[in-house]
Design a protein around this ligand. Structure first.
Ligand code: SAM
Length: 218
């Protein structure tokens, strides 16, 4: 079989945007452009490269997953990112969502508990793709990254039993936190917004993520 070409993946990306994202209601042009720019095929294991643009999550190492393209786009849109924003991501995984966020925000801070995943993502994002606005940390992301905060936006890409309180307190005023909350095998996507006094919280839609581990996880 011939190796897929650059043009092949560009075509697959455009098709993903049309059929998986726009058709399901993702309309923020900046988000669509970011999804158009990041080469998802580099973030999946080589043996699964040909499946990179399928409408599903795919396995990566350490028994984890790269999220479904629609979930990445939807969570990114819900963060309402502006060019000067500082964003925290909990769950680096393959680094794909961090790359999408880095297209839209001033700086991205990303935390992963598996050292092997973190180092692979760092190598790909910094050395291979040249992202200079992403900072990496290995550890329990449910505690946040206090010294780097406050954050305009926080996204958690694994599902836990509750909203981690440390993350809510690391939001800046009007900051947005997107986090899947619920049971181990099924969650609801929740958006928390920091108000002048307190927080408002909305449940958005059902979703299914790998488990959020750690002090405020499972
Ligand atoms: N954002 C990722 C991507 O684009 O590939 C998807 C990541 S995967 C669905 C969720 C990740 O969260 C896994 O890599 C897992 O190891 C990580 N994770 C789970 N609990 C964590 C925690 N407490 N702190 C940091 N990372 C965690």
């Amino acid at each position: 079989m011939n190796q897929p070409t650059f043009d092949h993946y560009q075509h697959a990306r455009e098709q993903m945007i049309r059929t998986q994202l726009v058709r399901r209601g993702i309309h923020d042009e900046r988000v669509l452009d970011a999804m158009r720019t990041v080469p998802r095929e580099l973030f999946v294991p080589p043996a699964a490269e040909w499946r990179a643009y399928e409408d599903c999550a795919l396995p990566i190492s350490c028994s984890q997953t790269i999220s479904q393209p629609y979930m990445v786009a939807s969570m990114t849109e819900l963060l309402e990112l502006k060019p000067g924003d500082r964003v925290l991501e909990v769950g680096t995984g393959s680094g794909y969502q961090a790359a999408v966020l880095a297209q839209l925000a001033e700086r991205v801070y990303t935390i992963e508990r598996h050292p092997r995943l973190l180092e692979a993502a760092r190598t790909l994002l910094v050395r291979q793709l040249g992202y200079a606005n992403i900072r990496f940390r290995c550890g329990d992301g449910t505690r946040g990254w206090r010294r780097a905060g406050p954050f305009d936006a926080i996204v958690v890409t694994a599902g836990g039993p509750r909203v981690p309180p440390a993350l809510a307190t690391q939001l800046s005023p009007n900051g947005r936190l997107i986090v899947p909350v619920g049971a181990r095998d099924q969650q609801t996507l929740v958006r928390v917004r920091r108000l002048a006094h307190g927080f408002e919280q909305h449940s958005l839609y059902g979703c299914r993520f790998v488990q959020l581990c750690g002090e405020d996880g499972w």
